[in-house]
Design a protein around this ligand. Structure first.
Ligand SMILES: [Zn+2]
Length: 250
């Protein structure tokens, strides 16, 4: 007689069973694949706009995290796939109690979805969560970095490349950091923070404030006005950094 955990011949752990659920494309926009035309548009998009969009998406999906201690983490990735396809993938963490029976990190969900969809290589990975002491290194950083376990898993993931840009931010966006996985590892392993670019703001830059758009808009209704957002904080710091970084046209 087989127990409910025995699916497909093998015994599946609660962790794997929950991961199977959250890696499904259940949300309307959790995996968005762009056509060749979309990929072409992506190349021409300002990288600064693009990173901004990913940060907003990671913040939005952070609201769906399931953490027994309210340690909510959201992540979003932009992948460049084979044949010029590109996709945007989002994920969040799931930890239902203090045991490790189910302990899914936002990065796990992303890499699982990327694997399932064969979405290629991650160009930009954004992670947003509250800061806490890193369990592996004992360091407290200005933003939440992928943890020791995720650093190892990402390091082994075929979706990562040496040029994958990792963007980490505080939930209120008063600190945002940019680095490669190698630079984050160096910081945690040797204390060398050379490879990290950190931006700090006194208050949440207006461009990161949650957008207050109407839920729906139907034809015939007065079109709503999108209020102009002061983006100087962002443009003059992160925007410039990204423009310089991608100046070489890569
Ligand atoms: Zn992790």
């Amino acid at each position: 007689m087989s127990s409910p955990e025995e699916i497909g011949g093998g015994v599946r752990s609660p962790h794997d069973m929950v991961l199977d659920i959250v890696r499904r494309r259940s949300y309307l926009r959790d995996v968005e694949v762009q056509s060749v035309l979309g990929a072409h548009t992506f190349k021409r998009l300002q990288r600064a706009d693009f990173v901004l969009m990913l940060l907003h998406e990671a913040a939005e999906f952070r609201q769906r995290a399931a953490s027994y201690r309210n340690f909510n983490v959201g992540a979003a990735a932009w992948c460049k796939g084979p044949g010029n396809w590109s996709s945007r993938v989002v994920g969040h963490n799931v930890k239902l109690d203090e045991t490790d029976q189910v302990n899914i990190h936002a990065e796990d969900v992303l890499t699982a979805k990327i694997e399932d969809g064969q979405l290629g290589k991650i160009a930009v990975l954004a992670v947003i969560g509250p800061t806490q002491e890193d369990h592996a290194s004992g360091k407290t950083t200005k933003t939440l970095h992928p943890c020791g376990r995720c650093r190892d898993r990402l390091g082994a993931s075929p979706a990562m490349t040496p040029s994958t840009l990792i963007v980490t931010a505080r939930p209120d966006f008063t600190a945002i950091e940019f680095a490669s996985l190698a630079a984050i590892r160096a910081l945690h392993e040797t204390g060398d923070d050379e490879g990290l670019m950190t931006f700090e703001f006194d208050t949440t830059p207006a461009i990161f404030a949650p957008r207050n758009l109407p839920d729906e808009w139907s034809p015939g209704q007065q079109p709503y006005r999108i209020e102009e957002i002061d983006s100087r904080d962002y443009d003059e710091t992160i925007g410039l950094y990204l423009a310089r970084r991608y100046m070489s046209g890569r």
